[in-house]
Unconditional design. Structure first.
Length: 265
């Protein structure tokens, strides 16, 4: 892959996204939320691939995946007014369908095109399949890490947003605010298992899910950024101070530190 191709993809993306803006301030604010998220994920991706010392063709391919990873979100939100896949359509496969519909990736060689499409398709699933094709594996892991880093940022900042901001209700009220949380999610975290998204019922459940993401991070630089930015500590501080939460906090922080002490990737 060549740098000029990425430049052209960025222009196509900007033009594509611009076509969704209109007269509805609620839709516009949430499209902007995703546009800004994508910009930060691209920056996170460049930071990770630089820290890992990847060669330029791989870095370009990884940034292309970051650029397009949420391309399905615009059609999703314009049609359904939600980013919740379970209430609309899975945005990863939709993004691949959009890229194919517009023949965006035609200039890539078939192997590169397959990697980009497959990584986008899978970036939001609960867990990567065990039989994932070898060439796709590092790129699928990279986009999941870069995406999570920015979602950690968003969800530790969201409570600072004024409620009159049109995009705030989508994130703040994604799940009802409540002092309750799922015992099943607590137990899954204590056993270091992936969380079934259907278990989430309250805003605290969503925060617990984000803590469980630490078990799905892949690269040492990602763990370093989670530590240095204190994302886990910020999420823990936003949860009730109960014995359950203290046990969960001990497990996720210990896992992060264990990966930092022994992680070699």
């Amino acid at each position: 892959m060549q740098p000029q191709q990425l430049t052209e993809y960025k222009q196509w993306y900007a033009d594509y996204v611009a076509g969704f803006y209109g007269d509805d301030p609620f839709i516009n604010a949430n499209l902007k939320l995703k546009e800004e998220h994508t910009g930060r994920v691209c920056a996170e991706m460049n930071d990770l691939t630089g820290a890992l010392g990847l060669p330029e063709p791989d870095r370009l391919l990884a940034e292309t995946i970051a650029l397009f990873h949420d391309v399905g979100r615009y059609e999703q939100f314009a049609k359904y007014r939600t980013f919740a896949d379970v209430q609309s359509v899975p945005h990863g496969p939709l993004g691949v369908e959009i890229l194919q519909r517009h023949n965006v990736l035609h200039a890539l060689i078939p192997d590169e095109r397959f990697i980009v499409n497959r990584a986008i398709q899978l970036h939001g699933v609960k867990q990567l399949p065990d039989d994932l094709e070898d060439p796709v594996v590092p790129f699928a892991r990279l986009i999941r890490d870069a995406d999570k880093l920015d979602i950690f940022y968003l969800m530790t900042e969201v409570d600072k947003w004024p409620l009159q901001d049109p995009k705030a209700p989508v994130l703040i009220n994604w799940f009802p605010r409540s002092d309750e949380y799922s015992r099943d999610i607590i137990e899954a975290i204590l056993q270091q298992r992936h969380i079934d998204y259907t278990l989430m019922k309250t805003s605290h459940d969503m925060k617990l899910l984000e803590l469980a993401w630490v078990f799905d991070l892949n690269f040492r630089p990602t763990f370093e950024r989670v530590r240095d930015r204190r994302y886990l500590e910020k999420i823990i501080a936003a949860l009730p101070d109960t014995a359950d939460i203290r046990r969960v906090a001990a497990v996720v922080l210990a896992y992060r530190d264990e990966m930092l002490n022994g992680h070699t990737i």
